[in-house]
Design a protein around this ligand. Structure first.
Ligand code: GLC
Length: 516
């Protein structure tokens, strides 16, 4: 009898809806496309799926600019499609998590449109962060209300017709809400209830550490720190306490995972308290370079401070990890071997793991997208200096030998590389040593053993730049060095991320060993 709540050791698969599968033929992924591929996800062996925003949106930031929090954008389908997806996902034994974007709305949201049409000081403006700026300096110096910069580049303030400014920590089309306004808080509690009543199993909270800003809006130092006037203000925790009460008031176990960027595991842990969020993404794992020492430090910090650890290697905002790991390597193709090894380490650790669509196919970052196809506001706001995030958002290759590789009956909103024919799900499913077959085996093996493992790990001394830890009968060894290392005594090799002869572990490889 299983006693651990499902989310504590779940494997959750992120679906970037626009790029997963397109059923309608317009070149953009949709909810019906997700529904068609549920058998693939069930066979892959994940426990839950997380859908990125599918709400009505002008798509200034891929849908993270929401104009209506209680509907589906016609690009992605309808509420009926959503309801059918929830039902069918559950029938496949998959939980479903949706993305909620509370830090900002779209500038097309009726509330923001009303704010623009109203006067300074009005109730309508009080739902957002409108401010007057001090008179400009005599030398024509800075005029914005403070020196905050948008995460996407440029000032975080935009001026409106009557001279006031509004705050947007992201694009100008993403005005920040005023979370000190009870009306905003009530509205989001109601939005949570709306989706919970439709059967969702939880929420991924976008920019969860940004909702409350220091009330004085003081200038900041450049660079990111989690103790800045912009991020992780203490009152943000009151919001999640309220949200937790709503989640707990629904039948079953409904969960919340925060997108929380911090610079310490201790700060991250503040979000994951028994009356707040269930989990936060552990981005330190994703940020660690390919090094046993770096991995060990993240694991130690995480297990010391987090009651419900999580692990993540890729998502729709970062360079895909086979490419990242290939960057420091003498041969970039080592990146994929390392990515497979890192997966085994992550799946052996206590807690839950978040996968990003396409990593099971070993997809690399696409760096050479034509500039005219790019859509990420980061690319435009940096005048093309930063490539932005489109390279990890290229639509998935499912089958066939030419683009759009079965993504849908039309084209694909970003062009797919001409050499992806060997990476399609169809091709890899037929190949026992493909990355897809490896992911399926790894997830199936984890399912068999995970319930029998203790909650903590014990480090085992390992030679060279290798890392080895034990959880009950399972030992995981990952070799981050350049020389093979001897495997510790064991009874059986459960699974390896690459070829292993039984006595030695080659570089860039990980293995699970069983001691009976
Ligand atoms: C989060 C999302 C990212 C989005 C940003 C603004 O970081 O993951 O894709 O651009 O929030 O909503």
């Amino acid at each position: 009898m299983r006693t651990t709540p499902w989310w504590r050791d779940a494997v959750v698969y992120e679906i970037y809806v626009r790029s997963f599968a397109d059923a309608s033929g317009d070149g953009i992924g949709d909810l019906a496309g997700v529904r068609d591929r549920l058998p693939y996800l069930a066979e892959l062996g994940v426990d839950a799926i997380w859908l990125t925003p599918f709400y009505p949106s002008p798509m200034a930031d891929g849908g993270y600019d929401v104009a209506d929090y209680r509907d589906v954008d016609p690009l992605f389908g309808s509420l009926d499609d959503f309801d059918a997806l929830v039902e069918e996902a559950h029938a496949h034994g998959l939980r479903l998590i949706v993305d909620i974007v509370p830090n900002h709305s779209s500038s097309a949201h009726p509330w923001f449109q009303k704010a623009l049409a109203s006067t300074r000081g009005s109730e309508e403006r009080e739902r957002y962060m409108f401010r007057d700026a001090p008179a400009p300096a005599a030398d024509g110096g800075r005029r914005e209300p403070n020196n905050w910069m948008s995460t996407f580049g440029g000032p975080a303030w935009t001026q409106v017709a009557d001279g006031q400014w509004y705050l947007h920590l992201f694009a100008p089309q993403q005005p920040d809400f005023n979370w000190r306004n009870p009306e905003v808080r009530e509205e989001f509690l109601d939005i949570l209830r709306f989706w919970l009543a439709r059967g969702v199993d939880g929420f991924r909270i976008d920019v969860a550490m940004g909702l409350i800003k220091d009330a004085a809006l003081p200038d900041t130092e450049p660079g990111f720190t989690s103790r800045s006037p912009i991020w992780s203000q203490p009152e943000v925790h009151d919001i999640y306490r309220e949200w937790r009460r709503v989640l707990d008031s629904f039948p079953g176990t409904r969960v919340a995972i925060g997108e929380v960027w911090t610079d310490s595991a201790e700060d991250l842990a503040l979000y994951v308290r028994p009356d707040e969020l269930h989990q936060s993404f552990n981005f330190a794992w994703l940020e660690a370079p390919w090094s046993a020492t770096a991995f060990r430090k993240v694991i130690d910090d995480t297990l010391r401070s987090m009651t419900s650890p999580t692990w993540v290697l890729s998502n729709h905002d970062v360079v895909r990890h086979p490419t990242r790991y290939g960057e420091g390597a003498s041969d970039p193709s080592m990146g994929l071997a390392r990515a497979r090894a890192a997966l085994l380490a992550m799946l052996a650790l206590p807690g839950s793991a978040y996968l990003y669509q396409g990593e099971e196919l070993g997809l690399p970052e696409v760096r050479d997208l034509p500039p005219e196809s790019r859509q990420d506001p980061i690319f435009f706001r940096s005048n093309g200096e930063l490539l932005g995030r489109d390279g990890c958002r290229v639509p998935l290759p499912w089958s066939g030998t030419a683009p759009p590789y079965g993504f849908g009956p039309g084209g694909s909103w970003l062009p797919q590389p001409a050499d992806w024919a060997g990476l399609t799900a169809e091709r890899q499913a037929a190949d026992p040593i493909s990355t897809l077959s490896f992911y399926r085996r790894a997830l199936a093996t984890r399912r068999e053993v995970v319930g029998t493992l203790p909650g903590g790990i014990t480090w085992v001394e390992a030679p060279g730049d290798a890392l080895s830890f034990r959880r009950g009968p399972l030992t995981c060894v990952i070799n981050c060095g350049v020389e093979a290392v001897a495997l510790p005594p064991h009874d059986r090799v459960l699974i390896a991320s690459g070829p292993v002869d039984g006595t030695d572990l080659p570089p860039d490889t990980a293995v699970w060993l069983l001691t009976d």
